[in-house]
Design a protein around this ligand. Structure first.
Ligand SMILES: C[S@@+](CC[C@H](N)C(=O)[O-])C[C@H]1O[C@@H](n2cnc3c(N)ncnc32)[C@H](O)[C@@H]1O
Length: 185
């Protein structure tokens, strides 16, 4: 029997997505419609590009940044090789939605990986705070545990509503969850 994780990988291949993570964004956006027509979206940590593929079907313009170069070309998507920790990110303009699946290279040491994930996801939030328009929405991945509640509490100060979700497309064994900030104050 094909295990479910392989099923999704095969489905992604069949449907032309760069990664199975596409289905996480599709699922989250079905529950909390953060991707809107006529909008400008920033994807932080976008390689190999499946979230770019999903968001570009709905939004007007998508900008993606990653440490690695993205190979796929999509008409309404611009990508940059850029470190989220650099100040260059603040020159990308303003956005209606910021999405971030950013993740560290995992070491296998749970505490260390959780901490690195907290740092990267907090940086994505810092970017979202500066570049999101009022009423904008923010989605970010984080490895739950450790400091993750600190980020959740900071997000609560900035958005009218904050939700936590773990899509079915996310592996049960993975510590990842997604925080969603709705309606930036
Ligand atoms: C899980 S992958 C993203 C997958 C993507 N959402 C997709 O569906 O194709 C996480 C990405 O975060 C990127 N990343 C990690 N640290 C980063 C940093 N400091 N600046 C930019 N990107 C970073 C990694 O290079 C990696 O490509």
């Amino acid at each position: 029997m094909i295990r479910s994780k392989n099923k999704l990988t095969l489905k992604a291949k069949r449907e032309g997505y760069e990664a199975r993570s596409a289905y996480k964004l599709i699922e989250i956006n079905r529950k909390y419609p953060i991707l809107k027509p006529n909008s400008r979206v920033l994807d932080i940590g976008c390689w190999p590009g499946s979230w770019l593929q999903v968001s570009s079907k709905i939004a007007k313009e998508v900008v993606g940044i990653d440490l690695k170069p993205v190979k796929i070309k999509i008409r309404n998507v611009k990508t940059y090789v850029m470190d989220a920790n650099s100040d260059e990110v603040f020159n990308l303009g303003t956005f209606d939605t910021v999405i971030s699946d950013i993740a560290p290279n995992t070491s296998g040491k749970i505490d260390l990986d959780q901490y690195k994930s907290y740092e990267l996801s907090s940086r994505a939030f810092e970017i979202a705070k500066k570049l999101l328009k009022i009423h904008g929405n923010f989605l970010v991945k984080i490895f739950q545990g450790g400091e993750s509640n600190l980020l959740l509490n900071e997000m609560k100060k900035c958005f009218a509503k904050v939700k936590i979700t773990k899509p079915q497309a996310s592996k049960k064994t993975s510590k990842e969850v997604y925080f969603i900030g709705l309606n930036k104050r």
